[in-house]
Every structure is written in structure tokens, then in C-alpha cells.
Design a protein around this ligand. Structure first.
Ligand SMILES: [Zn+2]
Ligand SMILES: [Zn+2]
Length: 133
């Protein structure tokens, strides 16, 4: 079954006819900016197995150093995928609908994590919000 994803506003949708690979979360300072959070979370994809279903005209790209870039929705701001020299090489796990078929296998650049990030190890975890008591 194909993996599908979409941005927050739902105007951009895509499909992957294949498997996602090598899911990881990167805690470096650049990923924090790019994902506006404590870390990135993405998986690699084969460009031949990826296609846009709708809204591709709304995509905006940011190309950083070394040819790596990101594509995001110009309407809602969701970061949908990573590109290298114009070719899609990864999708953000947050925009995948349902089960992406992979789990984050490694947390990288933990050494440069944000001062304010508390890693999950040994931290109380809740299924949903923190209970009020
Ligand atoms: Zn959008
Ligand atoms: Zn990073």
C-alpha cells in the first residue's frame, strides 16, 4: 500500500509507491531552525517512487549549502521533503498520514541539541497531555 502525506492545510499531497528507509531525528542547530522544533524527523525515499498528487505549484524551496534543500508549503509552512540537487531524497515524518512503516532508528547530533531540549530517556512520558491531578 502506498504511503501518503500532506501539509497542514492539505493543499499539497504526495504518494510514495514503496518503502521509506533509514528514519532518523537530527538535533543539530540547522535542523532546529528548519523544522522550528527541537529536532528534525525524516526518512529517506527513492525519488522514482515519489510523486506529488496535488498542490505541487504551491511548493517553495529553500536550498542551503552543498545542494541540500527543503521544500515546504507556501500557504501553511509545513516542511514536506528534503531535496538534493533538485531531486527528492527524503520526506518529513510529521507530514506522513498514518503509519509510515518505519520508526526512528537513531537520534543524531544529540551533542549539539538545544539547551532547552530534554531527551526522552528517563523522562516521564504520557500517552496524551500531562494529567491535571
Ligand atoms: Zn499547506
Ligand atoms: Zn540536522
Amino acid at each position: 500500500m502506498a504511503i501518503r502525506g500532506e501539509c497542514l492545510c492539505g493543499q499539497i499531497r504526495y504518494e510514495v509507491e514503496g518503502r521509506l528507509r533509514d528514519a532518523r531525528s537530527c538535533h543539530c542547530s540547522r535542523c532546529r531552525k528548519a523544522f522550528s522544533g527541537q529536532a528534525s524527523a525524516y526518512a529517506l525515499v527513492d525519488a522514482n517512487e515519489f510523486r506529488w498528487l496535488s498542490g505541487a505549484d504551491l511548493l517553495t524551496s529553500y536550498i542551503g549549502k552543498h545542494g541540500f534543500g527543503l521544500q515546504f508549503c507556501s500557504s501553511c509552512g509545513s516542511t514536506l521533503c528534503g531535496i538534493f540537487e533538485g531531486v527528492i531524497h527524503g520526506v518529513t515524518l510529521g507530514c506522513v498520514n498514518g503509519d509510515p512503516g518505519v520508526e526512528i532508528g537513531r537520534h543524531i547530533y544529540v551533542g549539539s541539541k538545544a539547551k532547552w531540549e530534554v531527551l526522552a530517556e528517563g523522562v516521564p512520558q504520557y500517552e496524551e497531555g500531562v494529567p491535571d491531578n
